[in-house]
Write a protein that binds this ligand. Sequence first.
Ligand SMILES: [Zn+2]
Length: 291
Amino acid sequence: MPELPEVETTRRQIAPYLVGRRIEDLRTTRPSYFFLTPPDELRRRLIGRTIESLDRAGKYLVLGLEDRTRLLLHLGMTGQLFSSKATSPRLMSASARASLTPETQVAFEADEHTHIQFSLTGGGPSVFFRDVRKFGKVQWLAEGEQSPRLDRLGIDALALGGDHLFRASRGRKLAIKAMLLDQSICAGIGNIYADEALFLAGVRPGRAAKRVTRKESEAIALSVRRVLERSIETGGSSINDYVAPDGRDGGYQDERKVYARTGEPCVVCSEPIKRKRIAVRSSHYCARCQK
Ligand SMILES: [Zn+2]
């Protein structure tokens, strides 16, 4: 699932293709739960408008249009936002991909999973939003219209401070890992980065939030910012379907210390990494390095 670093990488890379350009045409698939605003209405609202900004709020991307309306995009589980210049086997259906050698680079052609195609003025590449599992979302917001999806977001994970985490965790019985995943407390942390940050901070994911000390809260907040910033530097994690807008894979998956390394030796102490279900998510940790 694309998390903050992947969404931020997407934002940085796709912005030059979108910002300052006018939407000349918009092609969509048929109405479905993917479209919180129906495709016909999207076309009516967006065609002819210039995109003025592309921001990120937690894991959402927000396009600001010249008429002060906004377009909300969420990549969901398997969403991919990329330009028509991108070439990657990850942009193909599983069956087409299976027939390729790993080195093959293939130009993308819109398929049935390509829910939105933006044609933009200026002759540059088009921008596609493709989502195989359709857990992504797209919603148009009128000028000044509130969005509960955005309003409920807590502080951005890149700005998380130890004091905020410490105060939010007082009296809370839930696991610290579950708390880090709560987007209303801190927006943008997902499973991979929560596990990695807790490993760096030396705190077990299953520890009750209320039992995390002030000093540990500082360490966790610092670790969250570090792993996210490092992941953005490497272009995000390409586990599952994520692909950057230029078609490249992210590099962070090669730097993981605990996530999806169950049974492998801890990089610090060689103890096998353990896996445990916490708040319905798999959590990975070292029982020796994390208290
Ligand atoms: Zn260890």
